[in-house]
Design a protein around this ligand. Sequence first.
Ligand code: PXP
Length: 245
Amino acid sequence: MTRLSVNINKIALLRNARGRNFPDVRAFAERCLAFGAQGITLHPRPDQRHARYDDVAVLKSLCVERSAELNVEGYPSSEFMAEVLEQRPHQCTLVPDAPGQITSDHGWNLRAEEALLRATCEKLREAGVRVSLFVDYDNVDIARAREFGADRVELYTEPYAEAHDSGNNATMIEKFREAAGRATKAGLGVNAGHDLNLRNLADLLSAIPAIEEVSIGHALIVESLEFGLEEVIWRYLGEIKRAAQ
Ligand code: PXP
């Protein structure tokens, strides 16, 4: 069944707003795991405006203690790679973010970035870190990710979320299904993330049961403001189970 990895960047953003360790991202992540999430995702960006590089070590030790998975996402800058290679999270998702970008808004160009991705996948795999590449659903080159040494791809789901909001997502779901099919045919696992929420998750997962992990942050934190963290995680796990039936 699909695993839920909670992206806790928004908690880090709140912490950084005041300069003290409040809210404490470790304590928050610990509660997510206690309430049933199977993993934690952290996405340190170059300006460290929310997640910081030093959060990686703290969350790695928590995830090891709790037998959960840590997924660290980001652009493979030298600073990012140094932290990831030292801490060896369970999974590293490479994302083609430009510095200062508000949020991830596209996947890799697997032709133009071949040299960087091949070299980075190799380093991560040598360190025993599972590698996932963030890709767009309409990328016809998805299978190349396997040739570069990636284990998985993460499908960028904002276009799906937008289509779902418009109430007309049948065509888009089909395109995501095809993308997932291209990935699995090439021997890649499939993750998904961005703009997933309690309303759109089950439709995606019931159409594409092969999705191994979803990483969800923004909506989950907003929904928690309304319903509380425990209730929201419980609802996400319920949606995942419902989709699997
Ligand atoms: N996947 C990637 C690569 C991301 O950059 C993000 C946002 O940090 C997410 C998933 C989670 O997106 P959201 O916060 O919209 O759930």
